[in-house]
Design a protein. Structure first.
Length: 136
């Protein structure tokens, strides 16, 4: 796996960003836009996937990064579960549900593979080298 220097380079983060944009777009219209609880929870779950990947990457140790990736994966599951609710009450079309559900599954698989990779390559306890120079 090539060295990643910014969280924006992580494929799972890119997929989570795509999911978040889609969820924000879909929840701006129709009946779901008026269900503030579900709308808010669905958006928070999607944002949580992106945020935890970024926060984990910026953490200082590989075990912490793995923990944050696990939280991101859990949030992807939460978003997928909420998509079922939105579909079941008629807020989403079947196509909208399928598209977003597939993206949540994709990001979940990406996170699983990334976690497995990091767990099998424990030689580095840091996610990246510190290269910042400080002036006093």
């Amino acid at each position: 796996m090539p060295t990643i220097s910014r969280f924006e380079e992580i494929e799972a983060w890119q997929t989570a960003r795509e999911l978040t944009k889609m969820i924000y777009s879909v929840t701006e219209e129709g009946k779901i836009s008026k269900d503030f609880g579900l709308k808010d929870q669905l958006r928070r779950a999607a944002v949580s996937v992106m945020s935890n990947i970024a926060e984990g990457f910026e953490s200082t140790t590989q075990p912490a990064f793995i923990r944050y990736l696990g939280i991101a994966k859990a949030s992807a599951g939460e978003a997928r579960s909420q998509l079922y609710v939105a579909r079941d009450v008629g807020y989403l079309t079947e196509q909208q549900f399928l598209t977003m559900s597939q993206i949540t599954e994709k990001v979940s698989r990406q996170l699983s593979r990334f976690i497995s990779y990091l767990e099998t390559h424990p030689q580095s306890q840091r996610t990246r080298e510190e290269s910042a120079e400080y002036e006093v």
